[in-house]
Design a protein around this ligand. Structure first.
Ligand code: FE
Ligand code: CA
Length: 530
């Protein structure tokens, strides 16, 4: 049996050990992100006495909980730093943790350096917390206090926990609508909110735009920072971040539409795309409540990782963009071609695939989640002459690696595999078959695909596209193309996915309702209508 690595060591692709990094402290961690900053290594960070304006208006967040730690995040607004004559300085930001919103008893206090090199973002990895416990946190700097966030640690790895509730979100094109879904999500105070990518969009598209990006397509670090600032200014998104810890991964639009490793969408050289990727990945770290991935260097940033929530659930957070082979046959929906039949093509890349297969072979959790971007169940269609078309950007475009993974799930008997997916701006529920061409073939897992928060506009319950794909893919049980999110409630015997949708997102304040519920019974792979 392979040796299981610690979830955070799993991030390591470098020779720098996590322990040494932690011993050196947070300032060094921040410095290493950029390959060393002499002033920080000498410990010079400035304590600001009095600020004239609120530096916390991009909100607060927490993420990647373990049973004894969580990452707290905020970011100091650049104009406030400029006004305070601290634009080029590392500054101390203080945090507090309490057991209630009133902060009558402060359980922990700490300080972290926010550096100009990382856009004055602050990431505090707070350790020594109790498992399965709700905490409240806030930040202070220069006499100003942030709003209060709620977070929650994971149950102990071997806990017999009886319920886990989490939300599945993806795809939030700011121009396409209001983030009303997040306002509803915040009210649910989930144990976790999982974001499967397309948190920002690098360019404008779509006919209906109810609000505007701050600029055109983004290329360099200051562009990406400005785009995240636009998105992070949204009050509904801020409310969702303040309501629960998040586990985030990225899809394509955090860099460039449908990019594959070092190949971009439009005319750009590999060098240009890699420069862009380095900027985009850095901005992602700066704006997200995640630990600094060990092994980050320029355009390389391993973010695949494992989160564990007691004996009940283990979540493998994947990255299907950074390491993938280029889309075959010119991308899009195409008939199969020679490149598509190349067995060496990959969506996960060698290292991530090995790590994932080890994880799935050694897990003892009841439910094993693959939190990832693109739809895994086959979603082929027929053109007018009856020829089969394969969507080349999703797992259908990488059929041999999909087969390898599904056969692995079967062979190693991974308990209750559930794939959760974003990207496609519509809700789906599907059985994962050993052979998608045979309805009678074995179902080895279940897939829940969550719709977008806004991307694609108001949408519709049913479309011609959805109807045709349901008809051609009998393993796919449900389709809906409204906006919203999935609320998942997981117990030792049942996984329940409530597809929550809004009638409109082009107007603010719409109500939310459950469109449909699909469940998976433990020990019985496949989705069932509730
Ligand atoms: Fe998207
Ligand atoms: Ca996408």
């Amino acid at each position: 049996m392979p040796i299981r690595t610690d979830p955070w060591l799993a991030l390591a692709n470098s020779s720098i050990s996590r322990r040494n990094l932690l011993k050196s402290g947070a300032k060094l961690t921040a410095a290493l992100a950029l390959g060393g900053l002499p002033n920080l290594l000498h410990g010079a960070s400035k304590r600001l006495s009095r600020l004239q304006a609120d530096p916390f208006y991009l909100g607060i967040a927490s993420g990647d909980p373990t049973s004894d730690s969580v990452v707290l995040w905020t970011r100091l607004a650049s104009e406030v730093m400029i006004a305070a004559n601290a634009a080029l300085d590392a500054v101390d930001v203080d945090y507090e943790i309490a057991d209630s919103r009133a902060f009558s008893t402060i359980l922990r206090r700490g300080s972290i350096a926010a550096t100009p090199e990382l856009g004055h973002s602050a990431h505090a990895e707070v350790r020594g917390l109790d498992p399965d416990t709700e905490y409240f946190y806030r930040w202070h700097i220069g006499g100003i206090t942030s709003s209060v966030g709620r977070t929650k640690t994971a149950p102990a790895a071997n806990a017999s926990n009886q319920e886990f509730r989490f939300a599945i979100a993806s795809c939030q094109q700011y121009e396409h609508g209001f983030f009303t879904a997040y306002d509803h999500m915040a009210a649910e105070e989930f144990d976790l909110i999982t974001h499967l990518g397309d948190y920002i969009y690098e360019s404008s598209w779509g006919k209906v735009r109810v609000r505007a990006h701050e600029g055109p397509e983004i290329i360099n670090l200051s562009d990406y920072r400005a785009r995240y600032t636009t998105y992070k200014s949204d009050p509904d998104l801020q409310a969702a971040h303040a309501s629960a810890p998040w586990a985030v991964t990225w899809d394509d639009h955090e860099v460039d539409n449908n990019y594959a490793a070092d190949i971009g969408e439009d005319e750009q050289t590999t060098e240009q795309l890699l420069m862009r990727r380095a900027a985009a990945y850095q901005a992602f770290y700066e704006f997200m409540p995640i630990r600094l991935p060990i092994g980050r260097q320029g355009p390389s940033m391993p973010i695949y990782r494992r989160l564990r929530f007691g004996n009940l659930l283990e979540m493998n957070v994947l990255d299907t963009r950074q390491y993938r082979s280029d889309q075959a046959c010119g991308d899009g929906r195409k008939p199969s071609c020679m490149a598509h039949q190349d067995r060496s093509r990959t969506l996960l890349g060698t290292a991530q695939k090995k790590w994932l297969k080890d994880s799935l072979a050694t897990t003892d959790a009841t439910w094993n989640v693959l939190a990832q971007q693109v739809m895994m169940a086959s979603l082929r269609s027929l053109n007018e002459s009856g020829e089969e078309l394969w969507p080349m950007d999703i797992w259908d475009g990488y059929p041999y690696e999909r087969q390898e993974l599904l056969e692995h799930l079967d062979q190693v008997k991974t308990p209750n595999p559930v794939v959760i997916t974003g990207d496609i701006h519509s809700n789906w529920a599907a059985d994962l078959k050993l052979d998608f061409d045979k309805q009678s073939s074995k179902t080895v897992g279940s897939e829940f695909v969550g719709t977008s928060i806004t991307s694609g506009g108001d949408g519709a319950d049913m479309t011609d596209y959805g109807r045709a794909l349901l008809a051609n893919n009998p393993h796919v049980k449900f389709y809906n193309a409204q906006r919203g999110y999935i609320a998942a409630t997981v117990t030792p015997t049942l996984w329940r996915s409530d597809y929550k949708v809004l009638p409109k997102i082009t107007e603010a304040g719409a109500p939310i309702s459950i469109r449909k519920t699909y469940v998976v019974e433990a020990g019985k792979p496949g989705v069932q209508e509730a």
